[in-house]
Ligand binder design. Structure first.
Ligand code: HEM
Length: 224
């Protein structure tokens, strides 16, 4: 018989769904700012393989000459991003949800087994409670990345007032590069996250909306 189990607390669902559009707008407004001094590229400076971003990209998405607008959005939304993130971390600590989220001793070994299972090389996935080992590592990493974005953001926003943070980041130029790399990390995470959500199916997705998941009898032993 199918059973319905509670999976995601209401607070986590709110934090998650607030974070998604806020982060998307942070990235968009960040690109508006980045246009004014777009220095990063892959490959040698005289002949880059890829430039972040080609002029055609800025033109196509009407990004040119919107620096002030970008800064307004970015510095307003960073408050929401930071407050939502801190409340999420506090909730995760005090509700005990961290037990399902943080990687444990076995997670780094098991993450390979999860990957092999996802690639259809291994038949069985390791048993899990709420999240599998790969999810634990990815979700914890994304929280640490959020903190990293805030710190590197502060380091380049107010390098004089937050000179200690700027110095800890390795100076202004290093902090700016770290801020940029973290953003690329979110985009990569996002694509993998979406592919996994689609692969896992509707039942898993709707649990992040309603809080509840339907468990079929055969799945009871391995997932919550
Ligand atoms: C359309 C966009 C998104 C969709 C459809 C989506 C969907 C989901 C779903 C279904 C889960 C639960 C996974 C499970 O139970 O196995 C989840 C968890 C999670 N997602 Fe997303 N997500 C989206 C965007 C994002 C973004 C942008 C981030 C952060 C960069 C993010 C970070 C997380 C984290 C940290 C968790 C674990 C939350 C916890 O339990 O504390 N998601 N997401």
């Amino acid at each position: 018989m199918k059973t319905i189990v509670h999976k995601h607390p209401l607070a986590v669902r709110w934090f998650h769904w607030i974070n998604f559009p806020v982060l998307a707008l942070m990235i968009w407004s960040g690109i508006l700012i980045y246009w004014a001094n777009s220095v990063y590229m892959i490959g040698p400076a005289h002949k880059p393989l890829f430039k972040f971003f080609p002029q055609g990209f800025y033109k196509h998405f009407h990004i040119n000459h919107r620096l002030a607008e970008g800064m307004n959005w970015h510095f307003a939304l960073m408050w929401l991003f930071a407050i939502n993130g801190f409340l999420y971390i506090l909730f995760t600590i005090f509700s005990g949800q961290w037990r399902y989220l943080l990687p444990n001793k076995k997670s780094f070994k098991e993450a390979w087994l999860v990957l092999l299972h996802d690639l259809h090389i291994r038949k069985y996935a390791p048993p899990q409670i709420k999240y599998n080992a790969a999810q634990r590592i990815a979700y914890t990493a994304i929280i640490v990345m959020g903190l990293g974005s805030l710190l590197t953001g502060l380091a380049i926003y107010k390098p004089v007032q937050f000179s200690t943070i700027t110095a800890l980041c390795g100076g202004y130029a290093a902090a700016r590069a770290e801020h940029f790399i973290l953003t690329i990390g979110y985009v990569l995470f996002f694509f993998i996250h979406i592919v996994q959500v689609i692969k896992t199916g509707w039942n898993n997705f709707q649990a992040m909306v309603t809080g509840f998941q339907v468990i079929k009898p055969s799945a009871k032993k391995t997932s919550q």
